[in-house]
Design a protein around this ligand. Structure first.
Ligand code: FES
Length: 580
């Protein structure tokens, strides 16, 4: 809790600008070289603005403009803005998956803040992993921080009807493969599905994680729901710039805001949104950076009591633009009532209760009240059993109900290439009662645990009109995807988890109400298979890949690097650099 305001001489940046001798001279003369006078920065908080803009990131195209609006706010409030480009994690383009690089951006964030004269920071992100990555690094550095969410793009358009990111890609791709739409239709969808700056506008990982950041208190109130091109998004950017300066004087840091209860708020909010299963991995990693030992079991416990209130695709009907017009996240959190701990604090220096007070729902089909929930509970279920001793997750609301208790014959693919080569083969012995299993798609196996978990259905099953089957993997799934997909199986098959031991013809039971995932093979046979299993060769022998391979944790532990988890409580030893 903040007790006193900082003075100019207390600023961290004073260690760079305030010193006598050649070092201080060097910092000041080089700032003059950039066209600034002493009046521009002396005695003022230096605000690092970490901008993940890039020509290759379509979700952040407006960040060139938004960063100017943040700077305007910083100048107005008496701060000194310094834009710092940071690694962009562009979901559509970065291969094999942005998840391979989430921890690299987290490391970059931490080291940028440590090594430069930052007093506080604004984090500009939104496209999927950029949100957890930036926050993980900033939480560890524990300087005053505000997250600026990119905002969702506008609804897609196809012949006057809305299109949703991801969800409609899977839907129409299945229709194309089943011969229900033409190649011309498909191309028209391609040009209309993403028609403005901003992140995916379904309840994918981006909307999920930016909403989680707001529920944690790390954004200005209402920030996460504003569509990217809306002028109110630009106003929010300026207000973010103004507020961060004040936060530096108040010394209001992430460690003052992030508690076990604020993480419960974030999880509850994600569940009420029917958010992406990816949130389980990211929030565990973020919480552990905060020194909070969050586990999958907490997600399952909160899921049992949390209704799904947001009627947003892929679980519901609408898109983020509709959600904003219906009242946005503040209204949704208001409808959650006593499920939210309103006493938790936010970057605004007030409580969550004060931040959401007075929020109204303008369309009660988009944002439901608890009496008219879309799904009464269980937005996410955590499964365990001999196939997933350390846990696996499923999003029941996105699956066809008859599959939530199902036993079927396994059809196993050893990796994604094997799946791609054989899934549509007419000779494949598969029908809709089978369970499709993909191995080697986890954190080490793929590598990077890509969003392959919505495994494609065999063409011959699709042709019968079937649109869902039980599918199991150690991969993740895009939040925009749907289906009876069991994900994040831990430990993963590549390191010898039981998923590696499944063979064609084994029977597998998925029991969501019972939270079970069971392989009907006795222990003696499993032990024989394990003894015969050979560890695959390492995928990397140098570079970041080798570092990743040596230190990545499993999905149930948040996939952070073991050496990045805090040794000291956040806000403790920040390992400030010496300045000579
Ligand atoms: Fe950037 Fe979906 S591609 S959020």
């Amino acid at each position: 809790m903040t007790t006193r305001r900082k003075k100019p001489e207390d600023l961290r940046s004073a260690r760079w600008y305030g010193i006598v001798g050649t070092r201080g001279f060097g910092h000041r003369s080089r700032t003059a070289q950039m066209g600034y006078t002493r009046e521009d920065y002396q005695g003022k908080p230096v605000i690092a603005i970490l901008n993940t803009w890039s020509d290759i990131n379509p979700c952040h195209t407006h960040f060139k403009q938004r960063v100017e609006e943040v700077k305007r706010g910083v100048w107005q409030a008496g701060g000194f803005p310094v834009e710092m480009p940071a690694l962009t994690l562009s979901e559509p383009f970065q291969k094999p998956t942005t998840m391979l690089y989430r921890n690299l951006l987290a490391m970059e964030t931490e080291e940028l803040l440590r090594s430069y004269p930052a007093d506080g920071c604004v984090l500009m992100g939104g496209c999927d992993k950029t949100t957890p990555a930036l926050l993980m690094g900033a939480v560890t550095m524990d300087l005053p921080t505000i997250f600026l969410p990119a905002g969702p793009m506008l609804r897609g358009d196809f012949r006057g009807g809305p299109l949703g990111s991801g969800s409609d890609v899977w839907k129409y791709w299945a229709e194309l493969r089943a011969g229900k739409i033409t190649e011309e239709d498909w191309q028209e969808i391609e040009s209309g599905i993403a028609r403005s700056p901003g992140h995916c506008m379904t309840m994918g990982t981006a909307s999920t994680m930016t909403s989680a950041a707001e529920a944690l208190g790390m954004t200005l109130a209402g920030a996460a729901s504003i569509p990217a091109p809306d002028s109110r998004h630009a106003q929010m950017a300026t207000n973010t710039g103004k507020r961060i300066v004040e936060m530096v004087w108040e010394d209001l840091k992430p460690s003052d805001l992030l508690t076990a209860a604020s993480y419960d708020n974030a999880i509850t909010t994600v569940l009420a949104l029917s958010g992406s299963t990816n949130a389980a991995v990211h929030l565990i990693a973020m919480a552990r950076r905060s020194g909070i030992p969050l586990t999958l079991d907490r997600f399952d416990a909160l899921s049992r009591r949390t209704p799904v209130l947001a009627n947003i695709r892929p679980s519901g009907k609408y898109l983020m633009e509709d959600f904003y017009y219906a009242g946005g996240l503040r209204a949704l959190m208001g409808n959650l009532g006593d499920l939210i701990d309103v006493g938790q604090r936010t970057v605004e220096g007030r409580t969550i209760g004060e931040a959401i007070a007075g929020a109204k729902v303008w369309n009660d089909d988009v944002i439901r009240d608890r009496a008219h929930a879309l799904v009464p509970d269980t937005g996410l279920a955590v499964l365990r059993g001999n196939l997933a001793p350390d846990g696996a997750v499923i999003k029941p609301a996105a699956a066809e109900k008859h599959l939530l208790q199902h036993t079927g014959r396994a059809v196993v693919f050893r990796d994604y290439n094997d799946l791609a080569a054989r899934i549509d083969d007419e000779r494949l012995d598969v029908d809709e009662t089978c369970v499709i299993v993909l191995q080697n798609a986890g954190p080490q196996g793929a590598p990077g645990m890509p969003e392959w978990g919505q495994l494609p259905l065999p063409k011959k099953v699709l042709a019968k009109g079937v649109r869902d089957m039980v599918r199991i993997s150690d991969a993740r799934m895009s939040g925009t995807s749907y289906g009876a997909c069991v994900l994040h199986v831990a430990p993963e098959s590549y390191v010898g988890g039981p998923l590696a031991l499944v063979r064609d013809g084994d029977r597998i039971t998925l029991d969501v109400p019972g939270r079970k995932l069971h392989l009907h093979v006795d222990d003696a046979e499993l032990a024989r298979r394990k003894a015969a299993w050979k560890a695959p060769a390492p995928r990397f022998d140098r570079g970041f890949g080798a570092l990743y391979q040596q230190h990545i944790r499993q999905a149930n532990d948040g996939c952070d690097f073991d050496f990045l988890e805090p040794v000291n409580p956040p806000g403790g030893d920040r390992h400030e650099p010496e300045i000579h």
